[in-house]
Design a protein. Structure first.
Length: 366
């Protein structure tokens, strides 16, 4: 401090704090050798409290207002200084201004995921973040436990401590509440109130602080779990997967047809998708996706079983059947059966045998 600063500090008799910051909790009034004059003017603005400290001992506290510093309004300091009939010379004391307004928009978040046993997904990891507001309610406790001899004490200096308390309380609350992960968003307000209450229980009496507000902005699942949920939601919205695939094929065919630069490759792709589309549409409506249609019944065999006089004989191949028809052993009403036929059928009604029962052409005319 230069000579002019020293002289100005001894002559100025107004003690005040014009706070131009948004996050300063405590500010110590600078004065050369901490000397305060008799009759000095103390100005405490709204949202502030002035605390006098003498040799490490907390003395008088002044609420917002305008004061003239004399023995009658400094009872504790007068006792500590040993003044009996007032004082005429400057006295030494430290004056700390403590802000009592809310410091808002302080952010918190989980540096490490919170493990949770979810009834639907099993063990999962959660991350959360939000904001909170901070306010000093007991300046004496704040000065004693946290500030010490610092000239300036900002909210950042206690931010890590409070964030750790918030994260610990959040893990405790979520674990106790046993709310499903998908239902957490509907309970942000209730969870935030429980977390705030737990943190206040720890910082109120010990540090003289209060959290007027604590908000949970988001609780998120790991990225891979969120992708799986998005996929499952999309599948649920699609509904009939078979019809959706048909629609997708139709769209792809339309795009291929409208792309003249595709050339032969595009034509081949469109033809292939056309066959796939036809195959899809020929499937039964209620059939399972991806299942091929049932195969047609096998063609009639080349061997036959014959019923003659109530007894079954065979199998006979086509040559034997033709010979039997020619010798009159197999007639048009003889019942026959071959693999692939639904039942016993007259031989004259079987396509393979019917031509052999046609009447012989008449002899040519002479």
């Amino acid at each position: 401090m230069g000579l002019f600063d020293k002289l100005r500090g001894e002559l100025v008799d107004i003690v005040e704090w014009l706070d131009h910051t948004r996050d300063t909790l405590v500010w110590r009034f600078p004065r050369y050798h901490n000397q305060i004059k008799n009759g000095a003017q103390l100005i405490v603005r709204p949202g502030q409290v002035a605390v006098f400290v003498h040799r490490g001992a907390l003395a008088d506290v002044f609420e917002p207002g305008h004061y003239e510093l004399r023995t009658d309004n400094l009872p504790i300091l007068s006792t500590l200084q040993g003044w009996k009939h007032g004082f005429d010379s400057p006295f030494k004391a430290e004056i700390y201004f403590v802000t009592t307004r809310q410091i808002t928009d302080l952010k918190w978040g989980t540096p490490n995921p919170i493990m949770l046993r979810d009834p639907e997904f099993g063990p999962i990891r959660l991350r959360a973040f939000g904001t909170y507001a901070l306010k000093a309610t007991q300046p004496q406790a704040l000065l004693k436990e946290l500030v010490g001899t610092d000239a300036v004490f900002d909210a950042d200096e206690i931010h890590e401590l409070l964030r750790g308390m918030i994260n610990e309380s959040l893990a405790d609350v979520i674990g106790t509440a046993k709310i499903a992960a998908l239902d957490l968003a509907a309970n942000y307000q209730e969870l935030a109130a429980l977390v705030r209450r737990k943190v206040i229980e720890r910082v109120d009496d010990e540090y003289g602080l209060d959290l007027p507000q604590l908000l949970i902005v988001n609780i998120s699942l790991p990225e891979e779990v969120e992708k799986a949920l998005d996929t499952r939601t999309s599948m649920s919205m699609i509904g009939d997967m078979n019809r959706f695939q048909q629609y997708q094929m139709g769209q792809a065919m339309t795009q291929a047809a409208s792309n003249p630069s595709g050339g032969g490759a595009a034509d081949g792709m469109g033809l292939g998708m056309g066959f796939a589309m036809a195959n899809r549409m020929m499937q039964p409506q209620g059939g399972a996706p991806g299942m091929a249609p049932p195969p047609p019944p096998p063609p009639a065999g080349t061997t036959f079983h014959v019923t003659i006089n109530g007894q079954t004989s065979g199998p006979f191949n086509m040559a034997q059947m033709t010979d039997g028809i020619a010798h009159g052993q197999v007639k048009a009403d003889t019942l026959v059966w071959s693999a692939g036929m639904s039942g016993w059928t007259p031989a004259g009604s079987v396509p393979q045998l019917a031509p052999h029962f046609a009447p012989a052409p008449p002899p040519p005319p002479k």
